[in-house]
Structures are given as C-alpha cells and as structure tokens.
Design a protein around this ligand. Structure first.
Ligand code: SAH
Length: 396
C-alpha cells in the first residue's frame, strides 16, 4: 500500500463554520409553531409551510394557502434556500442524475438520484467532505469540511422526491422510495443531524417524506458507540457497515477507524442492532484487485458472517483519481461471490450506476475538485463553469 494514501489523520470534530440560516426542517413541530407565532402569525402556518417544503414547493407564490402579504416573509424566515444546484449530470439515459449543490458558505456536496423500474433511490450526503480517511474513497481523501445541518441533508431528499414527482426523470412522474446515506460523509459522525433527518424521512406526509424504514439505509465505517446509540432509538432503518476486509490487519489500512473499533467490535455492535430490529444488516465490501479480493479472504469473510444476520453487498471498486488501485477482474469477483454463498452468506454485487459521471460509490469529491486543495475549514471559492464533478454512490 502506498504510504501517501494512508497518511491522512482521522477527523471526528467538524471544523466550526458559520451556521446555515435557520430552517423549518431543523426545528421540531413545536419550535416551528413558536417561530411562526413570534413572527406574528398563527401557529398553524408552520404546518402549511412544512407541507409546502416536503412537497418540494420552493416558490412562495405557489403557497396560496398562506396570505399573499406574508408569504415572502414567512418563506424567507423559515424556508431559506439552503441548497443551490450548481449542475446536474445525467447517465443511464437520464435515469441516473447527479446534482452538485452549493451551500450557503460555498461548501459543495453532491446527491445522486437513481431510478429503477420498481424503485427510485437517492444517495445523499451527510457531511461536506469526510474525516474517515479511507484511502480508496475520493471523499475520504478530500478531508472534512463540515457537518451538514439537518435541513441541508433533508433538502437533498426533498429535492429528489420533487424531481420524481414532477416527472424530471425519464419514465413519467413517480415516487421517491429509497434513501441511502452513501454520499459524502460519515453519517454517524454527524449523529444528531442525521437522527433528525431520519425523522423527516420517516414521518408521514405532509410533515415528512413518508418513507418506509427498510427503504432507508444508514451506511457507516463502524463508529461503534454511535451504532449502539442508533440501536437504542427504536428505529428499524437498514444498517450498512463498510467492512472491506475480514481481518484487522488489512482493515486497519483500508478503513483507518478500525484501529479504534476493530472488526469484532463493529460486527458485535451490528449484531446487537440486528437482534433488536430482527433485520439483516448489510456488509459493504469494495472489491479491490489483489488487495482484498483473494479467495482466502472470501473464506475468512464467509466464516465471520456465516452465523450472523448479515448479507454482503460487494461493490467493484470505482477507481478514484490518483489511486493505483483497480476493481477486481470479473473472474475474481465471481469466485469471491461463490465462496461467500458456499459459506451460506447471502451475497449480491452492486451495480455501478453513474460511474461514468463519477456518480458511483466513493467517487464524490466535489469540494476537492473545485478548490483544488484537500481539506478545508476555509470557504470554497465560487464555482467556475466547467469544473468536473466529484461523485458518489449508487445502489438501492
Ligand atoms: N461513510 C459511509 C458512507 C460512505 S459511501 C461509509 O463509509 O459507509 C458508501 C459506500 O461506498 C461505503 O461502503 C464506502 O466504503 C464505499 N466506497 C467508498 N469509496 C469507494 C470506491 N472508490 N469504490 C467503491 N466503493 C467505495
């Protein structure tokens, strides 16, 4: 392994930057009602605003149940535009669409909407950048800029739901059915905001997006205390653990957080989640040629997972710029799958939707590519036309 690629420090505490303006989606329903009252309006207007927000209405002129005289002011006070689309990139005949968003302070994040015949999944970002420093991941190599607010995370899902509802994606108007936290960032390192986001995703319309618990996937490098905390929440969302190696020696290098919480501890925490929810968790494993794709590692992984309530989702590595690593060749992938299945472990191989627009797992590196400087606590300069997008994840 290249030393230069493992030298990044782990970063848990996001640099503090100016907070995004107050937004309804950051507030509880009671707080929103209080905020509206403070603005001299009846509390029920908070519910009206929420209904418009979750329906994807952004133009105050369309909020016709709110008196025209106060629409603009209420929207400005509680529904400020937090996500400005910089550009969309499409692939798969328009059924995969990646959006680059600029945040109020110039930070950049991406989300990817993927439409399949029977579902539509949006992959959202929970942080600008990421502090987990996984050497094969473009976002991990760019460092952590900051945590996103709940409203900034929720807004990505709301925009995707609106794009589906408005028929912006080929196939006619449809419904957003799935959300995966597999964009930029480590969701469990931004716990409180991600927790709020889960509420917004799961709360029935019109006060949320009304998604099914099993259709929401939280993907983590394995922050054990946060997995335990999630286990106590009483939620049943799908948990995905980015394992990438069955042995601590290799995982220490591929997922550096392993030096703090090792394979055994992470799986134990995931097992406890599975026991509580009764639901299988997902093991993410990027197949990297000659690094973690050997038959003996497949067998090791098979033995590790055989008696657990887990399934394996193999991701052929999406090579990132500057990396010497490559995806496993097909025969190696097939062998890996066969050995896991022989061990009794349910195994699937993820499709790589959007890899041609750098929109597949691990390719998101928007901030990095725009200011050209890894890591950050400095606002990113205004985006120039023609800057290539970073990218992110697929999957459903
Ligand atoms: N921080 C979260 C979300 C990250 S992105 C996590 O680590 O789980 C979602 C998945 O994409 C993770 O499993 C991540 O390890 C994987 N990934 C990152 N870079 C990749 C790459 N270059 N090729 C394939 N998968 C990648």
């Amino acid at each position: 392994m290249d030393d230069a690629m493992t030298a990044l420090p782990l970063v848990f505490d996001a640099p503090r930057r100016t907070k995004p303006p107050r937004h309804l989606a950051d507030l509880t329903r009671d707080e929103a009602r209080a905020a509206v009252t403070e603005l001299g309006q009846p509390a029920f207007r908070a519910d009206q605003l929420a209904r418009h927000f979750y329906a994807g209405v952004t133009d105050p002129a369309q909020m016709t149940d709110v008196p025209a005289a106060v629409r603009e002011d209420l929207a400005a006070a509680l529904l400020p535009g937090l996500l400005t689309p910089v550009r969309h990139q499409s692939a798969d005949g328009g059924r995969t669409r990646k959006t680059l968003w600029r945040l109020h302070d110039g930070a950049l994040v991406e989300s990817v909407l993927m439409r399949y015949p029977e579902r539509a999944t949006v992959c959202i970002s929970s942080q600008a950048g990421c502090g987990m420093a996984c050497p094969f991941c473009a976002t991990g190599q760019s460092g952590l800029t900051r945590n996103l607010s709940a409203a900034e995370i929720i807004g990505q899902a709301v925009a995707a739901a609106a794009a589906m509802a408005n028929g912006e994606i080929p196939g006619g108007p449809g419904r957003l059915s799935n959300v995966v936290f597999m964009g930029m960032g480590e969701p469990l390192a931004n716990y409180a905001r991600v927790r709020k986001t889960l509420d917004a995703l799961l709360t029935p319309a019109p006060h949320g997006l009304g998604l099914a618990q099993r259709s929401v996937t939280v993907s983590t490098v394995g922050l054990v205390p946060a997995i335990r905390k999630l286990t106590e929440e009483g939620l049943n969302v799908t948990l995905a653990v980015s394992l990438h190696a069955p042995d601590d020696e290799l995982r220490d290098t591929l997922v550096p957080i392993n030096t703090r919480w090792n394979v055994g501890e992470v799986l134990e925490a995931a097992d406890a989640y599975a026991r509580r929810t009764g639901r299988r968790y997902s093991i993410e494993y990027a197949l990297i040629r000659d690094v973690n794709d050997q038959p003996f590692r497949a067998d090791l992984l098979g033995r590790l997972l055989a008696k657990r309530l887990a399934h394996v989702n193999l991701i052929p590595l999406n090579p990132t710029p500057g990396s010497q690593w490559d995806a496993s060749p097909l025969p190696a992938q097939r062998e890996f799958v066969a050995r896991l299945r022989a061990a009794g472990v349910p195994t699937t191989v993820r499709d790589t939707r959007g890899s041609d627009i750098d929109g597949a797992c691990g390719q998101l590196a928007a901030a990095d590519q725009v200011d050209g400087v890894p890591s950050v606590a400095v606002p990113v300069p205004a985006v120039e036309e023609g800057v290539a997008l970073g990218a992110e994840s697929d999957q459903g």
